[in-house]
Design a protein around this ligand. Sequence first.
Ligand SMILES: [Zn+2]
Length: 497
Amino acid sequence: MTTTGAARPESAALERYEAVIGVEVHCQLRTASKMFCSCSTAYDGARPNSHVCPVCLGLPGALPVINRRAVELVLATGAAIGAETPDATRWDRKNYFYPDLPKGYQISQYDLPLASAGALSFDTSDGPVTVRITRAHLEEDTAKLVHGAGPAGQRVSLVDFNRSGVPLMEIVTEPDIRTAEQARRYAEELQLLLRTIGASDADMERGQLRVEANVSLRPRGSEPFGTRVEVKNMNSFRSVEHAVAFEIERQAAALDAGEALRMETRGWADDRGETYHMRSKETSDDYRYFPEPDLPPLRVDAAWLAQIRAELPELPAARRARYRDALGLSAYDAAVLVADADAGHLFEATVAAGKGLEPKPIANWVTGDYLRIRNAADGTVAVDPAALAALVGLVAEGSLNRTSAREVLEAHVATGEGVDAIVTRLGLRQISDAGALGKVVDEVIAANPDAVADVRAGRAQAIGFLVGQVMKATRGQANAAVAQAALRERLDATEKG
Ligand SMILES: [Zn+2]
């Protein structure tokens, strides 16, 4: 099997087989303290095992206390995906042994998740897609194993408990996803939603958003699901798409060759562009769930839930719809502005600052030149919304051409100077008044008798040459359309006279 499947996301395999894909996401919730203790979650860059206590170390006799904020963030996620919320839920112990789990069990939620039966909709290159979300529940993260070399060069595994007990939300979809692109887009839209409602920073590279995909194929037109393979270790959205595409190709090739697929967990090797066998999954794991005896059941009262709903910000889908329907933006501009927090803020603030300006040209400046400058700067750049509004206004009234305006924006980003000051300093104000151009137009006509003769003989491109001479004489400040009209008017008048 080659890796071409990764390069061609939607391939011929999908003509014969239908992919059935479910996605499972674990995301670290944005809380100040851990799930069941008061240890700080701000351990990024901290010394290993410096953010620990008896509870998150799993010491005998230590008692957990529920982090109310973590519960609220799962309830807010449920509200944002239109999920159902139980009146009461409880905590369950999920029992298994692993060195990163000192208690020998994880406190989780089994049959009463805080959110169930929701959905998430997003756009793809094939149109809009809605994926049903089975459930979202709350649990605690495990510690982290660090594999390295000991003093004598021997292989050692170390445990860092800073991550142990961080609140984790697991979000599971129905097997509604059909293509690798849909899998990537689902994960992207979920990240956007989680960030919008403040539930998680959801940074994939920092392990705050971990995506797993269950992939199986069935011949087109058949109902029963094929053998399911779990794919994990994808640490970017691009990896999600490539891993799922690779897995579709791999399974299709095996089925075509008459090979039986096996239930297994496969990892994604980004450098090799392929999935690899991690472990077999012949039987489903038996975690022997039972209710957590150290925690009381959790009641979700209606007033609490109503308050959480009321505090939800405008969600990404609603904001895209508003940009399209109320502000007249293209679907593309709306998607870019909503997906990029900096661009979205700049757009909103510029619309607010530029009373009377059309939103559409503002969106063009933000999604075009602003993002180009920012991406080239490889970081944040400061644009004053009032300055951008002034710039868009000058272009709209014909006082500044696009090229000059771009130059002004770059100067503003570099110096923070106001737009009017830059325009004056660089002498960029466009001359759109035909009267003001009159003298230059006369001079150009007098100095270029050959071109004038060509225009009179009906050679259209000659007028372009004359306009170019006007631009040159005004150091680019003339409005080209006004200059051309003025030239024609003079030539017509002198011809008749
Ligand atoms: Zn702790």
